[in-house]
Every structure is written in structure tokens, then in C-alpha cells.
Design a protein around this ligand. Structure first.
Ligand SMILES: NC(=O)c1ccc[n+]([C@@H]2O[C@H](COP(=O)([O-])OP(=O)(O)OC[C@H]3O[C@@H](n4cnc5c(N)ncnc54)[C@H](O)[C@@H]3O)[C@@H](O)[C@H]2O)c1
Length: 264
């Protein structure tokens, strides 16, 4: 496949998980990819694997993100695509988060995407247009217990993508993905607790957690020409997880079980 032949893309959080899976797919389809991430060794290794450019920067640092995006545009002669994906999570009761942790979670997840947008847009405009995808979470659509700062920051990421879609169309499309429970290094700890994951797997319509590749496929679609009339959209990639337990679903689940029992 050569959909992205000769095109240039920048991916934040590109050294691992969903970012790296997206980098692999874009590179397989002919794109040159710049991977921006925070640790030198992991970023170099990922960039080597996909034949791309390693950029070491912390997305919380606006000047560092600016410099990294300028380096990518200069090395590639321009940029048409960006996947603003770097993020980090934590679990605690709302009142038990230290203020410094709240600030870190908002800085990485929300400000990091803001810095990415403000840095890549001029390069995409200079290239004559392009497409951006941001990575939020289904916790930003349906906020969860234990993730208050993360959920709030991710809700902001969806809003940012929509503001950017309004401001930068038609030359630049901006969409967002909101993954559900995806098995990556970020979520790996949860999978080591079988009593957490077994009932959860049964409950979701897809009956399993997702993979980084399954989110990457959706990101690549949103960046591609197949999505040329899609902008400002938040695409939930969760195997149906966020439907479960919403609205009157818990009641209807019991109604269905009662009806089935009466038939027997
Ligand atoms: N895994 C899931 O279940 C899940 C669900 C919903 C949303 N997400 C979102 O998907 C995105 C990717 O997560 P993943 O699951 O691939 O996790 P991951 O931990 O495998 O990858 C995240 C990457 O972001 C980088 N990163 C974190 N903070 C950074 C910073 N300050 N500066 C630069 N890079 C930084 C990390 O070094 C890492 O390489 C995140 O935004 C995450 O919130 C993940």
C-alpha cells in the first residue's frame, strides 16, 4: 500500500504502544515518520525500527515541542500529518491526588496536545494542508471513577480537536480517537490482575480488550484520503465498552435475564 508515499508525519508518544503501532503502519504505507517521545533510548530504537527520525522532547515543554516539530519539518522538507498521542494516566480518588500529580496529568494529556497543535499547524499550512489526529480516551467521553484529572484532561483533548477543526479547515482536517481498554505498556498492570480483566472481558460487546494496532488502523483511516470529508469527529474505539452500563442498560440487562428465565 502506498497511500502515504512521499508524505511526512509526526507522532508524539511514538516510542511505544498506540503511537508506535501507528508509526509502523504509516511507514509501511510509504510515509516518513518523526517520533517525538521523552526517553532517548526508546525513541531511538523505535525510530530505527520504522526508518524514521527520533525527536526527544517532553510534550509539557512548549518550546521543546516547537523545536522538535521544526527539526522534523526541516529534516523531511515539510510535514502533512500529525498524531498527537502522548499521554499518561494514574488512578486515585479525586481528593487523594496530590496537586502536583493533577498538574502533571493535565500538562501531559491536555497541554501536550495543545503545544503539539500550535507547533504543527504552521508546518501543515506551509505544506498546503494535511490532517491531524489527537488521542483522547473513552474516559474523556464518559468520565470514570479514579481518573478525575485524566478524564477531565481527555475531555479537553476532544474539545481542542474540534476547535482546531473549525479554525484550520478546509486545508487541515482535525479529528480525535477515544480508545477504550487497549493492551499497551500503559495498561499492562491491569492485565496482570485476572479478577479485574475476566469479568470485564465478558461485559464488553467485543468480549476482549483492544490492541494498539486496532487503534492505529483507525488513526491511519482518519489521516487518509478515505476520511477526506471527516473533520471535528471524535471516534470511539472501544469494542462497545462505553455503551455497557450506560442509561437504562443495567436495568434492561436484568429485564432480558428475567424474560429468558420465564421462557425456560
Ligand atoms: N492503553 C489504553 O487503554 C488507552 C486507553 C485510552 C486512551 N489511551 C491513550 O492513548 C495514548 C497512548 O497510550 P498507550 O496506551 O500507547 O501508552 P504507552 O505508555 O505505550 O505510550 C505512551 C507514550 O507517550 C510517551 N509520553 C508520556 N508522557 C510524555 C511526555 N511528557 N512527553 C513525551 N512523551 C510522553 C511515553 O513515553 C510513551 O512512549 C495516551 O494518550 C493514552 O492516554 C490509552
Amino acid at each position: 500500500m502506498t497511500e502515504f508515499a512521499g508524505k511526512r508525519a509526526l507522532i508524539t508518544g511514538g516510542a511505544s504502544g498506540i503511537g508506535l503501532a501507528t508509526a509502523r503502519k504509516l511507514a509501511q504505507q510509504g510515509a516518513r515518520v518523526a517520533l517525538l517521545d521523552q526517553h532517548r533510548d526508546a525513541t531511538d530504537a523505535a525510530a530505527r525500527e520504522v526508518g524514521g527520525l527520533a525527536l526527544v522532547a517532553d510534550v509539557r515543554d512548549a518550546a521543546a515541542v516547537d523545536a522538535a516539530c521544526a527539526e522534523a519539518a526541516s529534516a523531511f522538507g515539510g510535514l502533512e500529518f500529525a498524531f498527537l498521542n502522548a499521554g499518561a494516566g494514574q488512578v486515585a480518588a479525586l481528593h487523594e491526588y496530590a496537586p502536583s500529580d493533577v498538574e502533571r496529568l493535565v500538562a501531559v494529556n491536555l497541554l501536550g496536545v495543545y503545544h503539539g497543535l500550535r507547533s504543527v499547524v504552521p508546518h501543515l499550512r506551509a505544506a498546503g494542508g494535511g490532517a491531524i489526529v489527537t488521542n483522547a480516551s473513552c474516559s474523556g467521553v464518559h468520565p470514570t471513577r479514579g481518573e478525575a484529572p485524566y478524564s477531565a484532561a481527555k475531555a479537553g483533548v476532544i474539545a481542542l480537536a474540534q476547535s482546531a477543526a473549525l479554525e484550520y479547515g478546509p486545508a487541515i482536517r482535525v479529528n480525535c480517537v477515544s480508545p477504550g481498554m487497549i493492551r499497551t505498556p500503559m495498561s499492562e498492570l491491569l492485565f496482570e490482575i485476572p479478577e479485574l480483566m475476566d469479568p470485564f472481558g465478558e461485559a464488553i460487546p467485543a468480549a476482549r480488550a483492544g490492541t494498539a494496532e486496532e487503534v492505529a488502523d483507525v488513526v491511519v483511516f482518519l489521516l487518509s484520503d478515505a476520511a477526506r470529508y471527516v473533520t471535528g469527529h471524535n471516534l470511539v474505539v472501544d469494542g462497545g465498552l462505553s455503551l455497557v452500563g450506560g442509561g437504562i442498560d443495567p436495568v434492561m440487562r436484568r429485564v432480558l435475564a428475567l424474560l429468558a428465565a420465564r421462557k425456560d
